[in-house]
Design a protein around this ligand. Structure first.
Ligand SMILES: [Zn+2]
Length: 79
């Protein structure tokens, strides 16, 4: 067992903001069912809130949006 002290000057920002409000970003997507609502892609994928339609991937913001999207994906899909 050795105690290792992190080298000075090496900063590792590896935050996981899973509890923070979701805001637009590279790891988030706007819900097509509820425009203006953003969801973390990883979260949507973990919950099965992802749909492929017409060659695009859609991340839905909540379980309630899944059946709405499935019922009429063309209505929500981006042209
Ligand atoms: Zn939703």
């Amino acid at each position: 067992m050795t105690d290792r002290i992190p080298a000075a000057g090496t900063t590792s920002h590896d935050h996981d903001h899973d509890h923070a409000p979701v805001s637009p970003g590279i790891d988030t997507a706007e819900c097509p069912v509820m425009p203006g609502r953003f969801v973390a892609k990883a979260k949507a994928e973990a919950r099965g809130w992802v749909r492929r339609y017409a060659g695009r991937t859609y991340w839905l913001c909540c379980a309630g949006c899944v059946p709405k999207f499935d019922a009429d994906p063309a209505k929500f899909a981006v042209a």
